[in-house]
Ligand binder design. Structure first.
Ligand code: ARG
Length: 376
């Protein structure tokens, strides 16, 4: 009887590479398809595959990074402001991973984006997560946001900024306990590191004091809001590479401030105060005092930003722009997935054209994308 051949020694299966080669290839193909000047994708596909096999991940070219970030904006199903996706200013700061440098460039981001009031959409892309080396994280939800302080049961300031304010205080930040106090930037270098805090220099935080075009008393409420909404807690994912530190901003639509930040019961909760100033009858819901106060508050926001020379959009104009974007994309043969419940403004929904239709379904797997950032 012939001897059985010795069984092959069983090697454990190789772990999957850090960056998914399939996602990388899909992005490279899309980039070359939409940017014909980039030419034939063949050589780049081979080079990316080779770099992933050798190192577990790969580096985007500056052009890939810039276009990938724009695509992430174009794919943002909750954003009504996507008509201008091509105009995004992409700052390539991938060489930076030291918290001091990141903080300094976040401040520069705010200066560039604020631009003296002519708000520019900007994204600053810092070092990505690399095999065995996670990138540092910004702990703030936005680069500029107001602190909340718990004072016997109630919150002074923005309840949405209470948790971060507490964390910052624990690290040695001294707060004045004002209603509109800008939080420091909190950066964490690794899961085990102690976060570091950085106070925002005055010239980074453009703010608008709120007044009403007809009611002088409104200004005495002392309300204000900042000019640049810069989201800093989302991961930018392009072709399988994750950039967890990539703060980005557009300009405000008035309702974000007037119908949510200052109006929501779990935020600044100002409708009662505004109704009182207007002398409205608040004894019954049927007087629509909330609705009337809400409209005047939103008018004050738009009026004040305009007076201050700071870019802001009203919800009628921004809705029309969004439908222009949808139509433009359709002409290019591309769908525009959109989340109706986020696109329709929180006041006067039915008055805006975005209300009266449905949108292409949202695909959670679509990339490039800005994603909710996972824990360390
Ligand atoms: N809704 C958030 C806020 O009120 C900002 C979200 C991003 N908004 C924007 N216009 N890009 O602060």
């Amino acid at each position: 009887m012939a001897a059985q051949p010795a069984p092959e020694p069983q090697l454990p299966p190789a772990p999957p590479p850090f960056t998914d080669p399939g996602q990388a290839a899909e992005f490279v193909r899309q980039f070359h398809r939409e940017q014909p000047a980039a030419g034939d994708p063949g050589p780049r596909l081979l080079a990316v595959r080779e770099e992933i096999d050798r190192t577990g991940s790969y580096h985007h070219t500056p052009a890939e990074l810039a276009y990938g970030a724009k695509l992430a904006w174009r794919n943002a199903a909750r954003c009504i402001g996507r008509l201008y996706w091509r105009s995004l200013v992409v700052r390539d700061l991938r060489h930076l991973s030291d918290p001091d440098d990141i903080a300094a460039e976040c401040f520069e981001h705010l200066r560039l984006a604020g631009n003296g009031g002519r708000i520019r959409p900007v994204v600053s892309v810092f070092a990505p997560d690399r095999p065995g080396r996670p990138a540092p994280r910004i702990l703030n939800q936005q680069l500029v946001r107001y602190a909340g302080h718990r004072v016997d049961g109630a919150v002074v300031g923005d309840p949405a900024g209470a948790e971060l304010a507490e964390l910052a205080r624990g690290l040695g930040w001294k707060c004045a306990e004002d209603r509109f106090e800008v939080l420091p930037l909190l950066l964490q270098e690794g899961p085990q590191e102690r976060p570091r805090w950085y106070g925002l220099p005055d010239d980074t935080t453009l703010e608008v004091p709120l007044s009403h075009p007809e009611h002088a008393w409104f200004a005495e409420l002392g309300l204000r809001w900042y000019a640049v909404p810069a989201i800093s807690d989302m991961t930018l994912e392009i072709g399988g590479v994750r950039y967890p530190t990539a703060p980005f901003n557009g300009w405000y639509m008035g309702t974000e401030i007037g119908a949510r930040n200052l109006a929501d019961a779990d935020r600044y909760d100002m409708l009662g105060t505004v109704a009182e100033g207007l002398g409205l009858d608040t004894s019954s819901e049927r007087t629509l005092w909330r609705d009337r106060a809400l409209v005047e508050l939103n008018l004050a926001v738009l009026h004040s930003f305009q007076e201050a020379g700071v870019t802001i959009a009203d919800h009628h104009t921004e809705s029309a722009r969004f439908l222009k974007h949808v139509a433009q994309e359709q002409r290019l043969g591309r769908p525009t997935p959109a989340d109706w419940s986020w696109i329709v403004p929180p006041v006067s929904g039915g008055l805006t054209p975005v209300y009266h239709r449905y949108y292409d379904p949202v695909d959670p797997e679509q990339r490039p994308a800005f994603l909710a950032r996972e824990a360390w």
